[in-house]
Design a protein around this ligand. Sequence first.
Ligand code: PGA
Length: 272
Amino acid sequence: MRVIVERNPEAVARTAAQFVARLVRRHPTCVLGLATGGTPLGLYRELIRMHREEGLDFSRVVSFNLDEYVGLGPTHPQSYRHFMQQNFFDHINIDVRNTHVPDGRALDFEAYCVQYEKMIEEEGGIELQVLGIGSDGHIAFNEPGSSLGSRTRLKTLTAETVRDNARFFATPEEVPRLAVTMGVGTILESRQCLLLACGQSKARAIRDTIEGPVTAQVTASALQLHRDVVCVIDEEAAQLLARRDYYLEVERLQARLESGQLGTLPPGKQPL
Ligand code: PGA
């Protein structure tokens, strides 16, 4: 796992955007896995800026979102489809037909979830999956106790998640209790994962994810089993990491490697 500690959320957004933009430039038909929530907002803002000012081209990019609330249609102001349109898709040149957000109003969820997995597979799988993290350590809506091999399915939200997400709704009662979400197993099949976290409220979940045991009680910890994970977190989210100085040292060496000071290494490769 590569751990990049940035000074603040703005720097997290800029660094994360570099990872996404590098892939989109190198592979204009890439398949991105996208996330909603407060954390990736800065990333989307930076990518929109890159699209406008640097011509970053999303016209052939395909995307799959992690999750959607059950019961909310695409035009509902709190639906994740609406979030993606408002905060990202409407401001770049992505073809909306290439964007996928799970359908929160599918008639047959079991069949729909199988179909969502199949759509990902037919596009060749997700190359880069953007992830936030819940204060309970969830990725997507894989709440504590979710099978680490789980696939796209319905999931009941925990009281903690309902409480965390109530800030986006008029009253906590309006927060849906169910979501359709990619599974941990689905996420682990992405070629690369980009986990973002900012703020003190994420410090415990980040410590458990990066330095704790792999456990279904913290589903993000399953990322330890993935071969290519980059965590970009701010100082506040990093404050409980025991090996923080080591991660900083790795990044210092990485920078020297990339600038050619330590001999050659293929671009984008990390020393450890
Ligand atoms: P947040 O949510 O980015 O709004 O903090 C993250 C999550 O629950 O996955």
